[in-house]
Ligand binder design. Sequence first.
Ligand code: HEC
Ligand code: HEC
Length: 437
Amino acid sequence: MARQELPALASEPLSAQVLAGKRIFYNARDPRMSAEGYLSCATCHLDGDHDGRTFDFTGRGEGLRNTTSLRGRGGMAHGLVHWSANFDEIQDFENDIRQFFGGRGFLTDAQFASTQNPLGPPKAGLNAALDALAAYVASLGPSSLPRSPYRNPDGSLSAAAVRGQTVFQNEGCASCHTPPRYTESGMGLPPLLRDVGTLRPTSGGRLGGTLSGIDTPTLLGLFATAPYFHDGSAATLEDVFRVTGGVLVPAENGTPYGGAWIVNQFTEQNYDDTPRGRAFVNLEGNGQGLRLTGVNGGSGGTAALEIRFSNSRPLGGSIGLRVRVNGSLWQTVSLPGVGNDPNWRMTNWESLWIEGFTLNAGSGNTIELEATDWAIAIDEVLIANHNRLQQAQPHRRVLALSPSDRADLIAFLRSLDRQTAAGSAPPPSAIFADGFE
Ligand code: HEC
Ligand code: HEC
């Protein structure tokens, strides 16, 4: 058969510059972008979206960072970018390209040398390809946000979401997540970073310095962007209103007792390398435990723990863990089975958040985590004392709402989408000029 060219599109919806930028965004083979076809922007942001992963950017002077969806953010339209607000133009991704992607970069070395500080002199206007990349990212405006499946078929808000909108207003959420962008983030320097109690030691820094807080994220498109928070520490929307940061204690820094022991994976090769710090504590049976002393209860009061654990139980099973605080049994909590195979090989690590016990004021508290049966492994324990839980009140106040108000609020949050961003309801089947359906 004779070869034919069949045009897939009658006319290209993207402008020449945005189309050129989109090609660069996807092109790992371009040596300006990366070495040996290693990666391109699309590796983590396919279709401008996120990949659901949290990367360890400690080596970049940052920390654990949850991939952001670029949809709806319009490049710089939501202010300084990144969780730590460390870039003031999309052209600053030249830094990541040169320093971490193994790319040659789009600028000349001299141009890069004089513009390397991401908050210093601009890189815009120096290179057409880099400007095209920025134009493509900027084109991911409100209409690139997906339509929320939690809306009614005609695009209107469900009755629960309408009620939830009132809860959102009454709970003061809009003071930081300000409509219509649902963020207060802007271009001002120094940026407005908020400490809403979510920081952990693993949150790392900002541009190699101290991280004092997080640039308030938009809530548009939220239904499709789990996990949440800068470090992915909230797995679900419900977790956003419970989980906080705190002090992180590697289990191997505690004291194993009753026959429990530290597994050091530099010497013990039976496990994989997913435990943090390459060590964990194994509780091999009833009465074996891990003791944490010198726990700081702050001003004293109700506190929480997040335990990173593995165990010998199948998925769907469970095993009891006694939690003792200052010598008295607080509760035997149930750790869900993680499904290791073989079951003694501790690999599938999970996190459990528990709260409601009381710590005394000051740093003289002792917490003991003790097995009721064979076998539990503990990798690390996050301790959020009363002061920390208070700091997280902008979000944790939701826990004090009635279950129905809480469900309504979450119904509203799940409905925030392109229609919310556009301010009016586009027809349900509209095809947008930028090609997103
Ligand atoms: C290895 C995965 C990965 C690659 C490759 C990648 N990103 Fe990202 N991207 C992330 C992560 C993780 C974050 C959150 C990091 C942070 O906030 O510090 C992010 C955040 C962003 C943001 C911030 C959005 C906002 O509003 O805060 C933009 C813009 C962005 N990336 C654009 C790009 C561009 C352009 C490229 C290609 C030059 C690229 N990314 C390549 C993982 C990646
Ligand atoms: C004082 C400012 C402030 C207030 C008030 C506030 N938030 Fe936030 N919110 C933040 C900051 C900052 C973050 C990012 C925290 C992080 O990543 O560690 C955040 C994160 C979130 C997230 C996760 C977003 C994501 O993409 O990961 C949701 C959902 C959220 N807030 C909803 C709410 C709701 C609902 C309320 C009202 C009950 C509220 N917030 C009140 C500042 C605020």
